[in-house]
Every structure is written in C-alpha cells, then in structure tokens.
Design a protein around this ligand. Structure first.
Ligand SMILES: *[C@@H]1O[C@H](CO)[C@@H](O)[C@H](O)[C@H]1NC(C)=O
Ligand SMILES: *[C@@H]1O[C@H](CO)[C@@H](O)[C@H](O)[C@H]1NC(C)=O
Length: 271
C-alpha cells in the first residue's frame, strides 16, 4: 500500500480489550492468557516476568496471520514491530517504565500518518506511493509512551471484510475487528463516520494540544481533566443518565431487517 498526509481527527476512538470468548488461546510457555487481557493485566504480567513485549507481538502477529485472510482488518504489519518490542523489554529490565502503554502493541487506522516503513493510504490505492512528512501527533505521543506500532487497520470507506455489498457501519471497523478478535491489545480509530468508544489509559497518553492542529485542539485542550480520565471510570456511570438515540437517518436503511431489533437489544442492555 502507499502513503499520504493524513488528517487526524480530534475525536480519537480506541478499541481496547474486547469481547469475551473468541477462540481460547493460551501461550503455553508463559501461562498468561493474552486473549481478552486488559492493558492492566498485560502490565502485571510484564512486571511478574510472565510475559515480554516480544512474546506479545509474536502472539498478535500469529493471530493476524491466522485470522486476517478472512477478516481483512489489518492492512499492513510493521516490519519493525519486533525490534520495538525488544527495545521495550530492554527498557523495562532497566526500570525505565514510560507509561501504562509501555511495550503494548497498537494498531492504527490507516488514515493516521506514521513516518516509518508503514504506508499510510486511508485504505485507498489512490494514495499508494505517497509519503507522509511526519508522524501524526498521536503517533509521536504513543511512541513517547513506549507503545509498539504493530501495523495499520482498514477502513470501511473502501471495503468490507465479509460482504462486499455491506458496510460493518463505522469507518474504523478494521480497528474494532482487530481488537475484538485478539489480533492486538489496542487499536486507534478516528471519529469520522459513526465509530465509537475510548479506552482510558490510551486516551490519557494521546490527549492534548497539537500546535499543528491549532484550531481544532486549542479550545478542546482546555477541557482535559487534570489527573487524567481514569478518575471518572464508574461502573454505575450510566445510572440516571438520559441517552439520546439518533435513529433518523441512520437506522432507516435497515427498516424491516434484524439490524433494528439487534440495535434495540443492545440499547436495552445499556438501559
Ligand atoms: C508499502 O507499500 C509498498 C507498495 O505496495 C509495499 O511494497 C510495501 O511492502 C508496503 N510496506 C509495508 C510495511 O507493508
Ligand atoms: C440477521 O439476519 C441475517 C440475514 O437475514 C442472518 O444471517 C443473521 O443470522 C441474523 N442475525 C440474528 C442475530 O438474528
């Protein structure tokens, strides 16, 4: 795939740590269950030397090789990912722990620019061969935090992994699928077309003012809570809240199909 200048939208979406019970795999040598592990689980396993970043990257690369021919969520893997993992392992041994994302593999939606061997194409052949001038701001923040850039994920703007005529709804589906199927621990999407959700540790690392995205981030940066976002995590957080549901126009094309009832079921779960 090629490369390009990519606009990183202000609202970043992360998909961290997903749904239970998709193929139960275990790394036999390490006795640590990588599937469905949270960032905190992984960090604990690092500390107890039950896991290394290299093992983790190898695990995810195997998952990608196994599942991606069908799911097509990952466009490219980073040829430098294992080297970055070794570096993170070395730093951890030397007690140079950078952040909760240190040594954690991250996949990036392909509209997010990386100034490395990876192409940035937003999933389009039209941008093949173009070259980005630098890392996107969030990417430099991830690198500073010690995260491993594992590769790039696909976008629904250009294709769907299952059915050509259907979109999985939400342009960051490649990012979502890769996490849901344990091809990576963290994946970055962007809010462009109905993608959702954030994960607090990742948000704490990437949030901030970007002088190159002055207009968009100047006022938003004032709203970043001191002490980070983790303090607001609350299992009962939705209690007493009103949820606005935008059915028109998004659900109209699905009238009569089971998409509507499945949507309502999930909505009721939130309630
Ligand atoms: C980037 O795209 C070129 C051209 O398609 C390809 O040869 C190369 O392997 C790609 N880079 C990576 C890291 O996949
Ligand atoms: C929804 O409908 C599709 C096609 O009609 C079917 O393949 C799928 O299994 C249905 N899903 C559920 C959860 O009922």
């Amino acid at each position: 795939m090629g490369a390009t200048t990519a606009k990183v939208s202000i609202c970043l979406i992360l998909f961290a740590v997903a749904f239970r019970g998709f193929i139960n795999a275990k790394d036999e040598c390490l006795e640590f269950e990588i599937n469905e592990a949270t960032i905190e689980d992984i960090q604990k396993a690092f500390t107890r030397t039950k896991l290394t970043s290299r093992k983790l990257v190898e695990f995810y690369l195997n998952r990608i090789e196994l599942l991606n021919p069908i799911l097509r969520a990952v466009l490219e893997v980073n040829p430098d990912a294992l080297d970055q993992a070794d570096k993170a392992d070395r730093e951890r041994r030397e007690d140079r722990h950078r952040s909760l994302l240190h040594g954690i593999p991250v996949l990036l939606k392909d509209s997010i620019a990386t100034f490395d061997k990876l192409n940035t194409t937003a999933g389009s052949y039209a941008l093949l061969g173009s070259k980005v001038p630098r890392d996107a701001h969030v990417v430099s923040k991830l690198r500073d935090a010690g995260a491993i850039i594992l590769g790039k994920t696909s976008l629904s703007e250009w294709y769907d992994p299952y059915v050509e005529s259907k979109s999985p709804c939400g342009s960051s589906f490649g990012s979502a699928i890769s996490v849901a199927t344990n091809m990576v621990a963290v994946s970055l999407g962007t809010e462009t077309d109905g993608s959702i959700i954030y994960a607090v540790h990742v948000l704490d690392v990437i949030v901030g003012f970007d002088p190159r995205d002055y207009e968009a981030t100047k006022s938003a940066a004032k709203l970043i809570p001191s002490g980070g976002y983790k303090q607001f995590l609350n299992k009962q957080g939705l209690k007493g809240k009103k949820i606005g549901v935008l059915r028109n126009p998004f659900l109209i094309p699905y009238k009569g199909s089971n998409v509507t009832s499945i949507f309502e079921d999930h909505l009721n779960l939130l309630r």
